[in-house]
Design a protein around this ligand. Structure first.
Ligand code: MF3
Ligand code: CO
Length: 256
């Protein structure tokens, strides 16, 4: 696990601010009738106008600036003119911004108009999983403390945790060690060091945990066709506790 220097943390924080601002802008675009292609194009421009660059574009050949995943698509949905949002959908928008060689990574799942009670609960519980994962986690604890809290909260609400995908260290590279699993024991994984930066990202299914990959080689969907939600932030671990670098300014979980 990489300990970031103060100079690196300044750049990561700036990348994370652009990431957060892009997600806030994305929320304003989400409405029935817009295609995920049009959302992606607007977000790409927003990121560049903000002084960042969209790190997903070209990453291992990924063809778009952002990942936009609707309903039963868990992650890595490729934006498309043929995917048009409609009332009742949920849409996960995953943004990775590079700024002066450093990265910020965050995801939100937004409702499109009025959604079912089940989908609303899924979005709420997925966000709660993230905060349960960090609320009691401090430097010196193992990564598994996050993993265990996420899994416990998801399953106690009747939902399931995707096993094949996980969070990660982040900094100079989008994906660094360690992996941050969303399931497991408190004693699993490496010890969290001071000034570690981790992307923590519960991916929670309303139904069963099993997934498929789409034929495009990117999109991941639930096997049972039921919806999935995703909530991700980039988090800095300091002596004073975890600091969520991609949190909206009006979120209820502000640092004290
Ligand atoms: N944001 C994703 C993550 O959390 C990565 C997107 S894959 C990419 O790991 F190819 F689109 F970059
Ligand atoms: Co990530």
């Amino acid at each position: 696990m990489i300990q970031k220097t103060p100079a690196e943390i300044v750049l990561i924080k700036k990348a994370c601010e652009i990431t957060r601002d892009t997600l806030v802008y994305a929320k304003s675009l989400v409405k029935p009738g817009i295609s995920t292609f049009d959302i992606d194009k607007s977000l790409e421009k927003f990121i560049i106008d903000s002084g960042g660059s969209p790190a997903c574009l070209g990453y291992e050949g990924y063809p778009a600036a952002t990942c936009i995943s609707v309903n039963d698509v868990v992650v890595h949905g490729i934006p498309s003119k043929d995917i048009v949002l409609k009332e009742g959908d949920i849409v996960s928008i995953d943004i990775v911004v590079a700024y002066k060689g450093y990265h910020g990574d965050a995801t939100r799942t937004y409702p499109v108009g009025e959604i079912s009670e089940e989908k609303a609960k899924l979005i709420r519980v997925t966000k709660e999983c993230f905060f349960k994962g960090i609320e009691n986690t401090r430097i010196g604890d193992r990564i598994g403390k996050i993993s265990h809290a996420v899994q416990t909260h998801a399953e106690s609400n009747g939902f399931s945790v995707v096993r094949e995908l996980c969070g990660h260290g982040i900094g100079r590279k989008m994906h660094e060690a360690p992996s941050v699993l969303n399931f497991g024991k408190e004693t699993d994984g490496p010890v969290i060091v001071e000034n570690a930066v981790l992307a923590i990202e519960p991916m929670i299914n309303a139904g069963k945990k099993e997934i498929w990959m789409l034929n495009d080689g990117w999109g991941i969907i639930t096997r049972d066709g039921r919806p999935s939600a995703h909530y991700e932030n980039t988090v800095l671990f300091t002596k004073n506790g975890p600091e969520v670098l991609t949190l909206e300014k009006d979120d209820e979980h502000q640092p004290r």
